[in-house]
Design a protein around this ligand. Structure first.
Ligand SMILES: NC(=O)c1ccc[n+]([C@@H]2O[C@H](COP(=O)([O-])OP(=O)(O)OC[C@H]3O[C@@H](n4cnc5c(N)ncnc54)[C@H](O)[C@@H]3O)[C@@H](O)[C@H]2O)c1
Length: 363
C-alpha cells in the first residue's frame, strides 16, 4: 500500500524542539491558500498549540503566505510529499501529532483535465497514506478538507445535503470524492476518528492567482484581459476563507466522529455577475472582460445545504460578503509585489533562500 519512492523529507523547526507538552496539529498543504490562512488562525487563537506545516511546496505552495508567523516558536515547516510514505512516516515519528487537518491537494480543475494522474497521486493515494499513519499513531481526529464539488452540478434551486450521492464530473472533483470514500472506510472499517468538511468556494487573501477572484482583481490591477469561461452563467457559492477556518477548527475539536459537514453561506453568484460587481467596486471598466472557450465538463451550479453544521455545532458565517470582498480587493491592491513574485516565479526560490540557509546555520 505504501509508496516506495525515495524520501524528499526536510524540516525546519524555528526553536529546534518537538516536545509534546501542547496539542500538536499536523496541517498538510499549509503553504497554500486555505492552509496558510488556517495556520495563521491557529497560531493567533491557540498560542499553546504546536503547528506542523507538512507541504510539498508545489507551484501552489507559497512560503510568502506565511512570513508573518514563520519565526513563531510553535511553528514548524516540513517539506514533504503526502503521497510519499517515507516522508509521512518520518513526520509522524518526529512529531506524533494529536490532530491532522488535511488540506494538501492538487486543487485546480483545469490542470486536472490536462493531467489527471497527479490528482490521483496526491489527492487519493496521498490521503490514504495520511490516514494509514494517522491510524498507526492513534491520531485523535483526522479532518479531511473536501469540497462541494464532489456532489457535481446541482440543478434548479436544490442544495446538496451530506447524504446526497457523490456525482463528480471532472478529475479534480472525482479525486476528492474518492478520498472522501477512503475517509468513510477509515471510519467504518478501522474505527478511526474522522470528519469530512465539504465547503463552497472560498475567497480571501493569499489565494493563488489561478482562481477566479484573484485572477479578476490581479488582472484588473494590471490592465490585463479577464477571461470568462463560456457564457459566464455558471453559479458558485462564496465564503470568506476565515469563516471556513473557523468551521474547520470547530469540526476538528467538536465534530462527531464519522460525520460529514457541509459548509456554505447561501451566497451564490453567476460568475459574470460577480466579475462585473468586482470591477464596479474597483471602478474599472468591463471592457477587460474576455469570453473564452468553456471548460470541458464545466459544472453549471454548486450549492450546499449547511444546516447541519449550523444546528449541531453552532457555526455560521460571520464575514459579510461585501465587506469581505472590499477587504480582499484592498489586500491584493496593497500586495501587488506578492502577485508579481508569483507572475515572475521568484516566490519559488523563497524556500532555498530562507529555509535551506537557516537549516545549514543550525547544523
Ligand atoms: N479553494 C477553495 O475554494 C476550496 C473550496 C473547498 C475545498 N477546498 C479544498 O481545500 C484544500 C486546500 O485548497 P487551496 O485552495 O488552499 O489549495 P492550494 O492549491 O492553494 O494549496 C494546496 C497546497 O497543497 C500543497 N500540496 C500539493 N500537493 C502536495 C503533496 N503531494 N504533498 C504535500 N503538499 C502538497 C501545495 O504545495 C499547496 O501548498 C484542498 O484540499 C481543496 O480541495 C478548496
Amino acid at each position: 500500500m505504501y509508496s516506495k519512492t525515495e524520501s524528499t523529507f526536510e524540516f525546519f523547526d524555528s526553536d529546534n524542539t518537538s516536545n509534546k507538552e501542547h496539542k500538536i496539529i499536523l496541517v498538510t498543504g499549509g503553504a497554500g491558500f486555505i492552509g496558510s490562512n488556517f495556520i495563521r488562525y491557529l497560531i493567533e487563537k491557540y498560542p499553546n498549540f504546536k503547528i506542523i506545516n507538512f507541504d510539498k511546496l508545489t507551484y501552489a505552495g507559497n512560503l510568502n503566505n506565511l512570513t508573518t508567523i514563520e519565526d513563531n516558536a510553535n511553528y514548524v515547516l516540513v517539506k514533504g510529499d503526502v503521497a510519499n510514505s517515507k516522508d509521512v512516516k518520518t513526520a509522524f515519528e518526529q512529531f506524533n501529532p494529536d490532530y491532522v487537518v488535511h488540506f494538501a491537494a492538487e486543487s485546480h480543475v483545469d490542470k486536472s483535465i490536462l493531467n489527471p494522474d497527479i490528482f490521483l497521486q496526491t489527492n487519493v493515494l496521498g490521503t490514504q497514506i495520511m490516514l494509514n499513519y494517522s491510524r498507526e499513531h492513534k491520531v485523535k481526529k483526522f479532518v479531511q478538507v473536501s469540497t462541494d464539488e464532489v456532489y457535481g452540478s446541482i440543478t434548479g434551486d436544490l442544495k446538496a445535503t451530506e447524504n446526497d450521492p457523490l456525482s463528480p464530473n471532472n478529475p479534480y472533483s472525482a479525486s476528492k470524492a474518492s478520498a472522501d470514500m477512503m475517509l468513510r472506510v477509515a471510519f467504518q472499517t478501522y474505527g478511526q476518528r474522522i470528519n469530512v468538511i465539504r465547503a463552497c468556494n472560498n475567497f480571501g487573501s493569499y489565494q493563488f492567482p489561478e482562481k477566479l477572484i484573484p485572477v479578476v482583481i490581479g488582472n484588473a490591477l494590471r490592465g490585463m484581459d479577464i477571461p470568462i469561461y463560456g457564457d459566464g452563467k455558471n453559479i458558485r457559492e462564496w465564503m470568506h476563507v476565515e469563516d471556513h477556518c473557523k468551521a474547520i477548527d470547530l469540526v476538528m475539536q467538536e465534530g462527531v466522529s464519522g460525520e460529514i459537514y457541509n459548509v456554505g453561506t447561501g451566497n451564490k453568484w453567476k460568475n459574470i455577475d460577480l466579475v462585473e460587481y468586482i470591477l464596479e467596486k474597483m471602478k474599472i471598466k468591463n471592457d477587460l472582460i474576455s469570453y473564452v472557450l468553456d471548460r470541458q465538463g464545466h459544472d453549471m451550479r454548486y450549492s450546499v445545504d449547511s444546516r447541519k453544521i449550523r444546528k449541531e455545532l453552532g457555526w455560521k458565517p460571520q464575514i459579510d460578503f461585501e465587506e469581505g470582498l472590499d477587504k480582499v480587493i484592498t489586500w491584493y491592491t496593497n500586495h501587488m509585489d506578492w502577485i508579481e513574485e508569483i507572475a515572475n516565479g521568484t516566490y519559488i526560490s523563497y524556500y532555498d533562500n530562507i529555509y535551506k540557509k537557516r537549516m545549514l546555520e543550525t547544523q
